[in-house]
Design a protein around this ligand. Structure first.
Ligand code: ZN
Length: 512
């Protein structure tokens, strides 16, 4: 009997067990989607318990030694198959997940989850009254627990295991020099752009009716390729994407009537995440391979559609007449060039989520450096607000008005953990430029097609090269495979230089 026929029943058993575990996890995420969209607030307490129960069941089933035994028994089967076959990939990826899951005692995870819920509540209150001292003791405990979580793993740098959870294969020794290089390149570019005469973007801050914004957004995302037969869009205070299966991927948005850009660009951003999930190969359905491979790669897909497509000149050559027709009173006298400049205005601002694509990474790197310093015990939580404000002053020339606008602006440290939370955003920007460069190089028609309102060429290229693989490849493997080289800052810097030297008419200063 061949290895294959001996092992096939075990492989099927593993796959079936994993699908059941996935079903429990997805049921928990449906509950969580409902909590963020339509659930009455009175349901909060019971809902948290219901989600915790399902998550615990899933964790118990996954860390069952029977899974470990199946993975052990399937080693030779895995070796007999091509690396990128679905079977070998499922065994390999599950083994990594399993080895990670069994290192952390379940009592510790339960303790950490409970603390995260408490810290989140304290943050909401502290942020609303702009008083960091109310959340400080919680954050100190979060730091202790984050360090303890890292201690269950072998590491070179204490942040490595925390980064590895979401950006597998990325380490401080890779990211620190990469980000340092990026910061050095970006600082003079930001300086040149923000010293130039400012762009007038007042056309974006008039009254734009919510209904018409949603209608226009709907037209755009359908054209981009979002499949409403396999997805839907709802409203939430904080936009996100949830995937329950390849046939059910949901995005959310928020609309501000006095700011046109918020709803449209955050919608395109979430669509980028959703196209990835809708574009997975059907044979991966229900297994741990059926999701984006890392936080950086996922973010690269949302940023690619949001910025490289949605904020491109070609995109607006195609859509602007239609938008002008809808908002004649607001945009009737604004040319496509003026509109394009307005949506690409670069400015130093205190809030990360409002930042333009040039300054955005500076915000991320501040957080990355500060979380490393806290994990290395070089920065105490009580000194964090001051350290935050100092970095904002030196990198962006801004002193936040208060801690709510400063150190308490993002939920990540307060509702999750310290470490591994922010690098994915900057990785996403770098990867988006590298992937888009590779796409256009392999098919130069892509940009011409976008100007004509045809996004299928790009969408298909991404499906073929990125989406369909799910988690078969790690981020580093995928970047090498798709672009032919390891991750680099060069494509992003070239993209920024080319785009903004034209917008700001600063060819020499930016390309120095
Ligand atoms: Zn995103």
């Amino acid at each position: 009997m061949s290895i294959l026929s001996l092992c096939e029943p075990k492989y099927l058993e593993l796959k079936n067990r994993l699908i059941q575990i996935r079903d429990l996890e997805v049921a928990a995420s449906v509950l969580s989607w409902d909590q963020s969209t339509y659930m009455p607030t009175g349901g909060t307490y019971a809902r948290s318990r219901q989600i915790a129960t399902l998550t615990e069941f899933a964790h118990e089933k996954f860390t069952n030694p029977a899974i470990g035994q199946l993975l052990e028994d399937l080693r030779s089967y895995e070796k007999s198959l091509p690396y990128d076959s679905t079977e070998a990939s499922l065994i390999r990826v599950t083994r990594r997940d399993y080895e990670r899951a069994i290192r952390v005692p379940s009592e510790f995870m339960a303790k950490f989850c409970q603390h995260q819920a408490n810290a989140y509540e304290a943050w909401v209150k502290a942020k609303s009254v702009k008083d960091f001292s109310l959340v400080q003791p919680y954050l100190e405990k979060t730091l202790d627990l984050s360090r303890e979580l890292a201690s269950f793993f072998p590491y070179e740098h204490i942040a490595d295991p925390l980064i590895d959870y979401v950006d597998e294969g990325m380490t401080v020794s890779i990211l620190r020099p990469l980000f340092k290089q990026l910061r050095q390149k970006l600082l003079p570019i930001v300086e040149a752009l923000t010293s130039a005469s400012p762009i007038d973007d007042s056309c974006l801050c008039q009254n734009y009716s919510k209904k018409q914004q949603l209608m226009f957004g709907h037209t755009v995302i359908e054209r981009l390729g979002f499949d409403f037969q396999r997805g839907r869009q709802d409203e939430t205070p904080h936009p996100f994407t949830s995937s329950f299966s390849i046939g059910d991927v949901r995005i959310t948005t928020r609309v501000y009537e006095d700011n046109f850009t918020e709803a449209l660009f955050s919608t395109i951003h979430e669509v980028g995440h959703a196209l990835y999930e809708q574009g997975l190969a059907l044979e991966l359905e229900g297994t741990p391979l059926a999701e984006g491979t890392s936080s950086g790669i996922h973010e690269s897909q949302s940023r690619l559609w949001e910025n490289m497509v949605g904020r491109s000149r070609g995109f607006w050559e195609c859509f602007y007449l239609q938008l002008q027709g809808i908002f004649l009173q607001q945009l009737g006298c604004v040319s496509v060039s003026e509109f394009y400049r307005a949506i690409n205005k670069v400015a130093k601002s205190p809030i990360r989520t409002d930042a333009d694509e040039v300054t955005y990474n500076l915000h991320v790197m501040i957080r990355f450096d500060l979380e490393l310093a806290m994990l290395e015990a070089k920065l105490a939580v009580c000194d964090l607000p001051e350290a935050w404000n100092e970095r904002y002053k030196s990198d962006l020339g801004i002193v936040p008005a208060d801690d709510s606008e400063g150190v308490m602006q993002d939920v990540h440290w307060y509702g999750e953990m310290i470490g591994g939370r922010f690098q994915g955003y900057t990785l996403g920007n770098l990867i988006s430029a590298q992937v888009y460069e590779a796409a256009v190089k392999s098919d130069p028609e892509i940009t011409v097609a976008i100007e004509q309102g045809n996004f299928t060429l790009l969408h298909n290229w991404l499906k073929q090269n990125i989406y369909q693989h799910g988690r078969k490849y790690t981020a580093n493997e995928l970047i090498n495979l798709v672009t032919g080289k390891p991750l680099s800052i060069d494509p992003f810097i070239s993209y920024i230089q080319a785009k903004y030297s034209t917008i700001y008419n600063l060819k020499q200063a930016l390309n120095a």
